[in-house]
Design a protein around this ligand. Structure first.
Ligand code: AMP
Length: 279
């Protein structure tokens, strides 16, 4: 059984002990409902550091009005069993009061990078993410922290935030884990009906085709439009964005010599799915 702590004091005490022994540490922040994507982050941490701390916190600050904070899947027992079996050393599962005590009044906001794409459709989302992740990084003081490329913009926002605020933890991205048919694993895939689940892989297939046609030199605007049509044609109800961007700044993709990224967010039934691939 994995050791679980719920307060920052307990977390810091354990971390101090490990530091005194000269051990390196990795941090894996999650909101729980763990799947093979989360476990890939844990595996990478276990491979590259001596002690791995997973965190489980459904962060209210990153849910907007009308989003699924209340219904977000929660199953701490199953999550803690999975982490224990994988060999993760510690679970930090604070409650909301521990993370946001009365009169909590500080926020972290990453301008520019956090305002586009997801930022447009989920106002305040990246402020919530940047605030909670900066807290977790400060609380744990780990050497490395692991985040999925699945949430590509989030990874860029966190990397920039850690650099801007001189947080010494190295931020490492981990490649997206997918189902056999290409659908990116997500805690929110449970919202899909059987029929929607059959349509869902078209998202990834479309991204892959767009990426390869960008490389071949096709017109970007036409490709983006074509991509949106593909996704709508299989039953997605709307496409918030499907567009090609500079992989680092997330500005519109201009110079084809620089690394690019195709990113999508689209609604399928109750679920809003996001995904991305490199160009
Ligand atoms: P979440 O619990 O959804 O906030 O995700 C916690 C971490 O797991 C984030 O860094 C995500 O990017 C990462 N993650 C989620 N899904 C996947 C996936 N399919 N492959 C790799 N990492 C993932």
């Amino acid at each position: 059984m994995i050791k679980t702590v719920r307060t920052v004091d307990e977390l810091r005490k354990i971390v101090r002990g490990w530091r005194a022994e000269g051990l390196s540490m990795g941090l894996v922040p999650t909101m729980g409902a763990l799947h093979a994507g989360h476990m890939a982050l844990a595996a990478r941490s276990l491979e590259t550091t001596d002690r791995t701390i997973a965190t489980l916190f459904v962060n209210p600050k990153q849910f907007g009005e009308g989003e699924d904070l209340e219904s977000y899947p929660r199953d701490e027992q199953t999550d803690s069993d999975k982490l224990g079996q994988a060999g993760v050393h510690l679970l930090f599962a604070p409650d909301v009061d521990q993370m946001y005590p009365a009169n909590f009044s500080t926020g972290v906001s990453v301008g520019g990078l956090g305002d586009v794409l997801e930022g447009t459709y989920r106002p305040g989302f990246f402020d919530g993410v940047a605030t909670v992740v900066s807290k977790l990084l400060n609380q744990a003081g780990a050497d490395r922290a692991f985040f999925g490329e699945k949430d590509y913009q989030q990874l860029q926002v966190i990397t920039r935030m850690a650099r801007d605020l001189n947080i010494p933890t190295v931020i490492e991205g981990v490649a997206t884990i997918r189902e056999e048919d290409g659908l990116a694993l997500s805690s929110r895939n449970v919202y899909l009906s059987a029929e929607e689940r059959r349509a869902a892989p078209v998202l990834y297939q479309t991204l892959m085709q767009v990426a390869s046609r960008v490389k071949a030199g096709d017109d970007i605007i036409e490709l983006e439009n074509w991509g949106r049509e593909q996704v709508l044609a299989v039953g997605f109800s709307s496409v918030d964005y499907l567009s090609v961007h500079d992989a680092e700044t997330l500005e519109a993709f201009g110079e084809r010599s620089r690394p690019g990224r195709v990113l999508v967010a689209a609604k399928l039934g109750r679920a809003r799915l996001i995904d991305n691939v490199p160009v």
